[in-house]
Design a protein around this ligand. Structure first.
Ligand code: KG4
Ligand code: ZN
Length: 398
């Protein structure tokens, strides 16, 4: 089965072509084509993702990404037939909110025809609704044009599957498995009793961990997205053995570290960063480079400590046999390293899955994997008109 997948939930416009050989979860996967355009340069001046801009950029970039992924995949295709007036009208209707997209798609079709693709997988949530709708409407238009089924995918299931995807296949995962999903929009502990069984057992009460990284970075004066920036400075500080002679050590709180539940809270940490900066800038007008490094380090340490402690509590409560880390923040080198060292020593029987850093942040390969997991349902239900984007789509209800 050849799957074309589309991801537009936030500020990445991504399209992939993935071949699945066999049935989920025992298939082998081959990535035939992969295209991704990151809009970070566009959103940087706003210090975060600006939804209407994201929507416009997705509409501009989807056809070029489709073109790249499909041409990389070198699929054979049947030549395009000329479209009837009725078909053109239907496509225009499906894409009437996405400026210029119908015209670009029709030009693509006239040039490329219908490639040998069996299924389209598209993120339908969670995410920014205006951004999700562009990808979903585009997928509906392609599904109509090529006459192939469409499967709406949960973005968070994509993150889970990307983490366990091991270069070509999914592993023989031992259940129950615990997933710690940490991204710009989510911080969740999810219990999996099987491949298609997700139970939300803990989550953030306010900011997501990636959001906290981004907001703290902004206060420190670092560009968006702040996660990788904080990580870089924290690492620099860690490598400097003399740092405490330059600066008194900063102490930030570890919110909800000892609470008995599995919830998180990161807004207090963000406030503590603001107070620390306010206090320091009363003495010197700007944050000194040393203090900047120190703040980044302490922030990363605080977040990592909380994530680790809550994960341990969840492991004790659930007796999970596997632990999966997923989402954009799981690209963080210090968090990865800390988890790896800790669990190999303290829980030697636990299987720990970390995503390839390239697959940690949003991409379309993970959407193809999740699409394959639900391919059967999609092939059985031909009805597509009613598929809706859902910004708050949850894993738990599925
Ligand atoms: O999963 P993702 O690409 O998008 C969402 O679904 O939200 O995650 C993006 C988030 C951003 O907040 C970004 O700052 C964070 O992941 N991030 C990191 C790192 N790389 C990306 N946070 C900490 N350290 C990193 N190396
Ligand atoms: Zn994501």
């Amino acid at each position: 089965m050849i799957i074309l997948s589309i991801e537009t939930s936030c500020d990445e416009t991504a399209v992939s072509v993935v071949e699945a050989l066999g049935e989920f979860p025992n298939a082998k996967y081959e990535v035939l084509g992969n295209a991704l355009f990151s809009q970070v340069d566009i959103h940087r001046e706003y210090g975060g993702v600006f939804p209407t801009l994201a929507k416009r950029e997705h509409a501009l970039t989807l056809v070029p990404m489709l073109e790249k992924a499909v041409s990389e995949a070198k699929l054979s295709s049947s030549p395009s037939t000329s479209l009837s007036q009725e078909q053109i009208e239907h496509l225009s209707e499906l894409l009437y909110r996405e400026e210029g997209l119908a015209g670009r798609l029709i030009t693509f079709f006239e040039k490329n025809g219908t490639p040998t693709i069996d299924l389209i997988a598209v993120t339908s949530g969670p995410g920014l609704e205006p951004a999700l709708w562009v990808g979903l409407n585009f997928a509906k238009a392609l599904s109509y044009l090529w006459n192939i089924p469409l499967v709406p995918v949960n973005h968070m299931e994509g993150h889970v599957l990307a983490s366990v995807f091991d270069s070509t296949r999914l592993p023989d995962l031992q259940f129950p498995a615990l997933a710690l999903l940490i991204s710009g929009g989510h911080t969740e502990l999810v219990l999996m009793k099987g491949w298609d069984s997700y139970e939300l057992i803990g989550q953030t009460r306010d900011d997501a961990v990636g959001e906290a990284f981004d907001k703290a970075a902004r206060m420190i004066g670092l560009p968006y997205p702040g996660g990788p920036e904080i990580s870089r400075l924290a690492n620099e500080a860690r490598l400097n053995p003399n740092r405490y002679t330059l600066n008194p050590a900063i102490k930030l709180p570890r919110p909800m570290l000892h609470s008995d539940d599995l919830d998180f809270s990161f807004s207090g940490l963000k406030t503590a960063v603001r107070y620390t900066i306010e206090k320091a800038t009363k003495i010197t007008p700007e944050l000194t480079p040393e203090l900047t490094l120190e703040l980044a380090l302490e922030f990363e340490n605080a977040v990592t400590e909380v994530l680790l402690a809550k994960t341990c509590t969840a492991l004790e409560k659930t007796e999970a046999r596997s632990l999966i880390l997923g989402g954009g923040v799981s690209a963080n080198a210090y968090i990865r390293d800390t988890f790896q060292k800790y669990f190999s020593k303290e829980y030697p029987d636990l299987a720990l899955y970390l995503p390839d850093p390239k697959l940690s942040t949003d991409n379309a390969i993970m959407i193809a994997l999740a699409g394959h997991a639900h391919a059967k349902e999609a092939l059985e239900t031909a009805e597509q008109a009613s598929i809706k984007a859902d910004g708050n789509r949850s894993l738990s209800k599925e």
